[in-house]
Design a protein around this ligand. Structure first.
Ligand code: GTP
Ligand code: MG
Ligand code: ZN
Length: 289
């Protein structure tokens, strides 16, 4: 039996890279695996023989969407324009990543489409997030700020996540032109669907691996409960030990430090609105169960 890592999944075939000699094999999986009750996914460490993936080693972490496991960090890529920057989407992504105990890094792309004034305003609005996350401003098209990224990715396993069209594949191309990954316009010309990148693939770069992933337009919170939402808003969680109630959800409870911080302007009101919005979605899910 050999040891390796799944680096790609296309059309039911897994591409496995051998742990010792980096040789590549395309293999099938033996149905569902008892251990995880799931099929293997990109990022999994596996044992395999000539034809099949035999076992999946225990995962350190695992994301539902994009489907990947064992990553060190998730790079949330959002465009500043086309599609427009959305704080709500940012808060939703951050929650999903935090829920899996993965470190989020924020990359804002397409800054070439903003006027100087608009860029300044966006940076201003983002200063709140910069107190607890790293934020980078780039333009894949104009090669602005791209030179900061290799140090972010060095020796780490990173997954790119973000809305379709945000420029995930374009940033990879900007980092290494030889990758020549397909981006939006080309596939439009071919008349293919909305999402340009069709599969998740780990690409060796800067001593680590980076996963390009298909973008998605709808986020899923069905696996998350209300307590988890409260814990995964890290800025709220940091304050929550001072709330009167131990399991305070920061909604209707009296003497809630989070609500106080919102009214004092120490927490962004819009972020609190996003929190309430997600809490509502999660509550509705619970009712339907
Ligand atoms: N103006 C401008 N356009 C960009 C920039 N980066 C990417 N684009 C354009 O945005 C479109 C989408 O880019 P992609 O890299 O395909 O986006 P993606 O996030 O990989 O999309 P999916 O694979 O569908 O998830 C393309 O037409 C790119 O040329 C940028 O920095 N500035
Ligand atoms: Mg893409
Ligand atoms: Zn509270």
């Amino acid at each position: 039996m050999k040891n390796g890592r799944i680096i790609k999944l296309t059309g039911g075939l897994y591409t496995v890279m051998n742990e010792t000699d980096q040789s590549i094999l395309n293999l099938k999986a033996r149905g569902l695996f008892r251990h995880t009750n799931e099929s293997p996914k990109v990022g999994d460490f596996v044992t395999y023989d000539e034809d099949f993936i035999m076992t999946i080693k225990e995962r350190e972490n695992s994301l539902l969407r994009p489907p990947i496991s064992n990553v060190d960090q998730a790079i949330l890529i959002q465009s500043s324009k086309a599609p427009d920057f959305q704080f709500t989407l940012l808060d939703q992504f951050l929650l999903l990543i935090e829920h899996e105990d993965i470190l989020p890094v924020i990359v804002i792309n397409k800054i070439d489409l903003l006027t100087e004034k608009e860029l300044l305003e966006l940076k201003q609005a983002m200063t709140y997030y910069e107190t607890f996350y790293d934020v980078y401003y780039v333009s894949a098209k104009m090669q602005i700020g791209i030179d900061q990224l290799p140090d972010v990715f060095r020796d780490k396993v990173s997954v790119f996540a973000g809305q379709t069209g945000a420029g995930k594949s374009s940033i990879l191309n900007a980092l290494d032109a030889s990758l020549d990954i397909k981006t939006n316009e080309i596939s439009k010309a071919l008349g293919r669907g909305k999402h340009t990148t069709r599969h998740t693939e780990l690409i060796p770069l800067f001593g680590g691996l980076i996963a390009d992933t298909p973008g998605f337009s709808k986020l899923d919170f069905s696996h998350i409960n209300e307590d988890e939402v409260a814990h995964c808003f890290v800025d709220f969680f940091a304050l929550s030990s001072q709330c009167k109630f131990r399991e305070c959800k920061h909604i209707n409870e009296p003497k809630c430090v989070v609500k106080e911080a919102v009214s004092k302007g120490n927490i962004l009101p819009a972020r609190y609105d996003d929190y309430l919005y997600i809490m509502n979605i999660v509550k509705e899910h619970k009712k339907q169960r």
